[in-house]
Design a protein around this ligand. Structure first.
Ligand SMILES: Cc1cc2nc3c(=O)[nH]c(=O)nc-3n(C[C@H](O)[C@H](O)[C@H](O)COP(=O)(O)OP(=O)(O)OC[C@H]3O[C@@H](n4cnc5c(N)ncnc54)[C@H](O)[C@@H]3O)c2cc1C
Length: 437
């Protein structure tokens, strides 16, 4: 084994909040005697992306990570402020020789890495970045002549046979440099106004690994059969744990592929990677149309509000929107129908829908949210952008007994339940009349 450097090194955690299969952490501990794990509650990011649901989940994840690091003799140093300034400060405080971090894809993350590299260069300290946010690192697969795949199926074919890096164990022991203040984990209300959804899951690696284990034992086998069955609620609900890196996508893929039913599930993880590699190559698709659209969007604040509150008069759409408010989560099938309804039935700009989803989804993720919204709106990577799912027919096939709708819409079937905002035939006629897309 190579001799370790005295160090110390800093590991800057971002959204890789785990000790298992964390290449940046493993490399730092493997190469340096002393390591300082650091997390910065970044004011800029909290202002733009911090919502009660995601920040509550984040705080749970930080608490869990701190516990895991302490159990190994380490600590999670917590700081608040600008991520670059705070990291440079920590480097100076402990006289660190190197900083380790996971690479990430959004415009914000790319700019953060650039600024950090610059700030650390002033200290003559190198920044090393590692994979771990996706199964296959963005950019590792690219079609001839392009930076990223724009169609899913060819990406999936290549992704499926791409060799994966080995899954890494959690470090056994972490030795801290001397004189490090741990820093207090703040309360939710100190960071964002508002309350989290009443049925929000608990964040953290411990909760994520427990969910993963249960899922592999009891859910995965029936995934292909039940994934579209809204009443069964039979998907993994790992998305928030994947977003915050409480579980490693590489480890999830490895474990799932070793079991019956794993292939269909891992295909969904590949969708996640697909959207990440697209965003890494074109960060502007978080707000700009990926595919140019000729028809304009309608402005209809009342209809938008009815959609947000789950009062469109279409039970499947409304149940999905109420699930979002209650749980900070929505079943994938309901997301597809609710998103399509907003953009195709109501002709309202996908960015308004995506913003509402960001405000509530605990798994809200720039790559997945924007990528999927563009897909449903027909401005994205869907090769059939003019398809317009019929929410009534979708309900008959995905929730035939109305169990999912009944779960979230207590007033369904009473006079209180609203009439449809627009009749199905009128919505289709308007969509086609506008020349579709
Ligand atoms: C309009 C719209 C917005 C969406 N916004 C987000 C978002 O902000 N964050 C997010 O993680 N997912 C988003 N999705 C994708 C998908 O709905 C969720 O990932 C999924 O419902 C999460 O539930 P699960 O963990 O039980 O999924 P499972 O069915 O158990 O799938 C396993 C994992 O695969 C990944 N995955 C599944 N479907 C997709 C997909 N279509 N695209 C990308 N990754 C996928 C997720 O990481 C998920 O946890 C969105 C979908 C739509 C249609």
């Amino acid at each position: 084994m190579e001799e370790r450097l005295q160090g110390p090194a800093v590991v800057l955690f971002t959204r890789d909040l785990r000790v298992h299969d964390n290449p940046a952490l493993a490399a730092a501990v493997g190469r340096f005697e002393r390591v300082l794990p650091l997390f910065v509650l970044d004011g800029g990011l909290l202002r733009s992306f911090g919502t009660p649901n995601r920040v509550a989940f984040l705080l749970g994840s930080l608490r869990s990570l701190r516990g895991s690091l302490r159990a190994r003799g380490g600590e999670l140093a917590l700081r608040r402020g600008d991520v670059v300034e705070e990291t440079v400060r920590a480097v100076r405080d402990v006289k660190a020789e190197r900083v380790f971090m996971s690479e990430d894809v959004s415009g914000y993350a790319q700019e953060r890495e650039r600024r950090l590299r610059l700030g650390l260069a002033g200290e003559r300290v190198e920044l090393e970045t590692f994979p771990g946010v996706t199964v296959v690192p963005p950019g590792d697969l690219s079609p001839v002549g392009r930076e990223a795949f724009r169609v899913f199926t060819p990406y999936w074919r290549r992704w499926r046979v791409e060799p994966r890096r080995p899954v890494l164990p959690a470090p056994e022991r972490i030795v801290l440099p001397g004189g490090v203040a741990a820093g207090r984990l703040p309360e939710l209300r100190e960071l964002v106004p508002g309350l989290p959804a009443p049925e929000l899951p608990l964040g953290g690696e411990a909760a994520g690994r427990a969910r993963l284990e249960r899922w592999l034992e009891h859910g995965l086998e029936c995934y292909d059969e039940l994934r579209d069955n809204l009443a069964a609620d039979a998907t993994s609900r790992l998305s928030a744990y994947l977003h915050f890196g409480c579980v490693s996508p590489g480890e999830v893929a490895e474990l799932a592929l070793a079991r019956e039913g794993g292939e269909g599930f891992v295909r969904q993880l590949c969708w996640r990677d697909f959207h990440h590699q697209l965003l890494a190559a074109a960060p502007a698709i978080s707000r700009d149309d990926f595919r140019p659209r000729s028809a304009g969007w309608r402005s209809d604040p009342d209809a938008l509000e009815a959609w947000k509150q789950g009062r469109t008069g279409y039970p499947l759409v409304d149940a999905g929107m109420r699930q979002l408010l209650r749980e900070g989560f929505m079943h994938n099938r309901a997301r597809l129908v609710a998103g399509s309804f907003l953009t195709k039935h109501l002709s309202i700009d996908w960015r308004k829908g995506a913003a509402h989803f960001y405000a509530h989804l605990v798994d809200g993720d720039v790559a997945n949210n924007a990528g999927n919204w563009q897909w449903v709106a027909g401005t994205g990577t869907d090769t059939r952008p003019n398809r317009m799912p019929n929410p009534i027919r979708q309900q008959h096939s995905l929730d035939p007994e109305g169990v999912y709708a009944g779960r979230y819409l207590p007033e369904l079937g009473t006079a209180e339940y609203p009439k449809p905002l627009i009749a199905q035939e009128d919505a289709v006629a308007r969509f086609l009349g506008a020349g579709a897309l």
